[in-house]
Write a protein that binds this ligand. Structure first.
Ligand code: ADP
Length: 436
């Protein structure tokens, strides 16, 4: 009979226990002291299950004893971490929040606002982790910041291929992160901004408008400020996207993790009032392989439909016929980006680039099989350019297309009928092997 491996780790102050969970869950428990995982405090003697493949670090400011039950791929105590630098960053942001709060109390019409901070750097330097830590520290001081994720490949707000914003009102769960139910999400439909740069920038501008509106409407959101995670593509056009995002969100602070050239270039290209800081990455962050990324993308979509393990959802599968006249169709699929016309054929006044953001209807075909589609809000009833300004209502997967019988099979969080009939095409796919 296999015996369970139990290890106890004694951490001194400012140490962290770095864990890589293998293909079986691991249970952790704080036996003594205080500790946190990416900014969320662990409750003494509460047992947390870390899922297979989990990577992370349990940090302590004062010292802690942590028990790990189960087999890990790696577990070691690190004495060198950048956590004090990240904590100091939080302290500086908090001072800006206090100042904004004080001025708004004196004059509610003041244009002052909480800090808007953007984290940039290549992939796998801990950008999302730093954003989570900064948001968690803000929450621990009763602030309610807005977290924005522009990383379409590995979004921590919604499914891959999207950008989004989340108004954070409660601490992140140790394993599941922040509650994403009220996220505002725009569908880009591809896994890299390079596929359609103009569209990516357009959606960033739209998301920034939503975030600024929220800050205008709600003092607590304005004071809490905005924490923005970016894509790890930092060269050429990827760099242009970072500059565009900084401008669209009117950021005051940019933290560059682990990339000297990006730091120097941003100092040169962003206005002088933007504070640009160069900070180290944590030695615990390791590069993730292409396969690991693909698997974590799949897991995120699976979780969207089937829920976390401790609180499973039961999605619905149903069929709809598309053998109907146009105005009776139950599902109309649109996409952003039309075929490019030769310049000589462009209508008068149309810019050559504009086809990249043109909203067009597409016909139902086998190409839709396994695609994750973004449903537009129920109020949307026609396919036009305004779809670019609309956050998505939710997602469905086209699990099968029967072109002969003209039937679509659908995986949906909600039962039949679909809550809205217009959906956006996305190249992102999900093979639903639970329903075969
Ligand atoms: P990026 O956003 O730059 O791509 P992430 O923040 O997603 O990087 O971090 C990459 C991986 O490293 C994630 O799996 C994260 O959980 C893990 N990680 C982050 N910080 C640490 C750390 N201090 N120790 C161990 N793993 C970490």
């Amino acid at each position: 009979m296999a015996t369970t491996v139990v290890n106890e780790y004694r951490l001194n102050e400012d140490n962290e226990l770095r864990l890589e969970v293998s293909n079986e869950d691991v249970v952790i428990e704080l036996l003594n002291g205080t500790a946190e995982l990416f900014g969320t405090q662990l409750i003494l003697h509460k047992r947390y299950t870390l899922p297979a493949g989990f990577r992370g670090a349990i940090f302590t400011y004062q010292g802690a004893v942590i028990e790990v039950i189960g087999k890990t791929d790696s577990a070691y105590i690190a004495q060198q971490t950048p956590m004090i630098i990240y904590l100091n960053t939080h302290v500086a942001l908090e001072a800006l929040r206090e100042n904004a709060e004080m001025q708004l109390k004196q004059d509610p019409n003041s244009t002052v606002r909480g800090p808007r901070i953007m984290v940039a750097g290549p992939t796998d330097v801990g950008k999302s982790t730093l954003c989570r830590i900064l948001c968690s520290y803000a929450i621990r001081q009763s602030r309610t910041p807005i977290f924005v994720d522009l990383d379409i490949g590995q979004s921590s707000i919604s499914i891959p291929g999207t950008i989004g914003a989340l108004y954070i009102e409660k601490p992140a769960d140790i394993v599941d992160g922040f509650d994403k139910n009220s996220a505002c999400v725009f569908s880009f439909g591809h896994l890299s901004p390079a596929v359609n740069l103009l569209l990516y920038k357009t959606l960033i501008t739209e998301l920034a408008k939503v975030v600024k509106k929220k800050c205008k409407q709600q003092i607590a959101a304005n004071v809490g400020g905005v924490v923005i995670n970016t894509c790890g593509w930092v060269k050429g056009e990827g760099y242009d996207c970072i500059v565009h995002a900084a401008e669209a969100f009117e950021v005051d602070v940019v933290i560059v993790l682990d990339h000297e050239r990006l730091f120097v270039e941003l100092q040169h290209d962003l206005p002088s009032f933007v504070k640009i800081l160069h900070q180290p990455k944590s030695g615990g962050v390791e590069s993730r392989s292409r396969e690991f990324r693909a698997l974590s993308r799949r897991n995120v979509i699976h979780r969207y439909f089937y829920g976390p393990r401790n609180n499973p959802y039961f999605p619905h599968t149903f069929e709809i016929s598309f053998d109907k006249p146009i105005d009776e169709q139950e599902l109309i699929v649109a996409k952003f980006g039309a075929e490019q016309l030769p310049e000589s054929c462009l209508p008068y006044g149309m810019e050559p680039e504009e086809h990249r953001t043109k909203v067009v209807r597409i016909s139902i075909s086998n190409e839709l099989k396994n695609c994750v589609l973004a449903l537009m809000p129920p109020s949307v009833n026609k396919v036009d350019q305004t779809l670019l300004e609309k956050p998505v209502h939710g997602f469905i997967v086209i699990t099968n297309v029967d072109m002969e019988q003209k039937i679509l099979s659908i995986l949906s969080p909600q039962p039949y009928p679909l809550p809205s009939k217009i959906a956006l095409f996305s190249e992102v796919t999900f093979i639903d092997d639970e329903n075969v």
